[in-house]
Design a protein around this ligand. Sequence first.
Ligand code: MG
Length: 389
Amino acid sequence: MPVDLAPYAVAPSNSRGRRYREDPPAYRSEFQRDRDRIIHSTAFRRLVYKTQVFVNHEGDLYRTRLTHSLEVAQIARTVARAMRLNEDLVEAISLAHDLGHTPFGHAGQDALNDCMREFGGFEHNLQSLRVVDQLEAGHADFPGLNLTFETREGILKHCSTANARRLGEIGERFLKRQQPGLEAQLVNIADEIAYNNHDVDDGLRSGLIKLADLAELPVVAEQIVIVQHKHPGVSGRREIHEVVRSMIGIFVTDLIDTSQARVHTAAPENIAAVRLQPRALIGFSEPYSEAKTTLKRFLRKHLYRHPQVNAMTEHAQQIVSTLFEVFLDDYQRMPTEHANSAREHHDSEGLAGGARVVADYIAGMTDRFAKQAHENLHNASGSSKAGTS
Ligand code: MG
């Protein structure tokens, strides 16, 4: 960690600490400790087999949740270092931000949210927090990973008022309409830079979108001109790679320049002053914010809703909802540990308690585990459990 952190950065000395008190680490910062706990968690290892856009087994070259999280961390660390923010903290938040994602990307999340509609819904952001606060069982003395307040704050990017009330301290800022720390703001934007650009790359690789179509967007057209000027006649994968590289570069540069200027103008003395700002200080300039929105819109229309992707997501949604129905109907069809937990929560909280345990179990599945569990439902052998997770 750089020693010259900005006064408005989060530092171990101004951290709001952990829910359960622990001795400070001997040779790491508190946030390095958070990052290490995240990397060693079970949920983190599962990210490698979870879909970003393309179902995990469609091809080995597409992004998964794991490589996405690494790209977010890389972008966020670059910006954090340039702005003298806490690099360890942004790394921890980045690596944890998608831990609550269901199998099959957004299709899986939408399906699970539908299934949970009468039981409080399902939201991947909140689920990521639930994973690090409750579901990971890595320590003898406390539930979850017992991460610092600031890492948890960064994971919970948004939440409903009802959930904010229920969550206590970590939900307060949504009720008071305060800002999170700059590191949390930064990871939020780094996430967008990462997925917009890698989805362009994966979309082109898959052939579902074409560079010529993307060139309708001014921000892409500009990069093509720059790339062609620098490397006359370059084509194919090399051209795509150069264009994507160039796009990440200009978005990151704009993010740093704009954020630095806003921080300079607002001149927050410390983290408390950052929280009281009327709006986030980390962000793009107006033109780049617009360019980002246009790019997102393009991807939604031409990639996320492409018939081929749709066919895949419909199948994924069907897998998730079938698993949910079957497990909710008979907890015993889940592995013993989950079945017992569902029964206990059902007894104390009613059906919603049991449903939440079923949702946790399904959300924790990787793409292939969910597919296998679904296939096993149809095997009449009775050995329907795809193994413990
Ligand atoms: Mg993400």
